[in-house]
Design a binder for this molecule. Structure first.
Ligand SMILES: [Zn+2]
Length: 113
């Protein structure tokens, strides 16, 4: 196995050079990944009430984010392509907020430090 991400990436780069993906393969691969990520996010957002827990915004799922209540507990990042179960476990340490409120939370954090 590869020790770290860089090793693995280097290996993948080498492998892809020998056997490159066709444009079509590449597109469908990225599409699938994107679709899966959106699907999981939608499910997660719905699970958490589907709206910003601060201002109640619920118009667009894309504008809803998970804010870690305790950054020290941060595990796998939600944006990565992980299983729904893992996402759920991680999201339970978070509150669902809209991008606006999320920015405000962080602005306050930076302001106080
Ligand atoms: Zn909000």
């Amino acid at each position: 196995m590869h020790k770290n991400k860089e090793d693995r990436n280097a290996y993948m780069r080498k492998y892809r050079k020998l056997k490159p993906l066709t444009a079509k393969q590449k597109r469908s691969y990225q599409d699938r990944k994107k679709r899966l990520r959106i699907k999981k996010k939608n499910k997660l957002v719905k699970y958490f009430g589907g709206k910003c827990s601060i201002c109640g915004y619920d118009k667009c799922v894309n504008a809803l984010e998970f804010h870690h209540k305790n950054p020290k507990e941060k595990g796998d990042t939600l944006s990565r392509n992980i299983t729904f179960k893992k996402m759920l476990k991680e999201a339970k340490k978070c509150i669902l907020v809209c991008t606006n409120c999320h920015r405000e939370i962080h602005a306050k954090e930076w302001g106080s430090s």
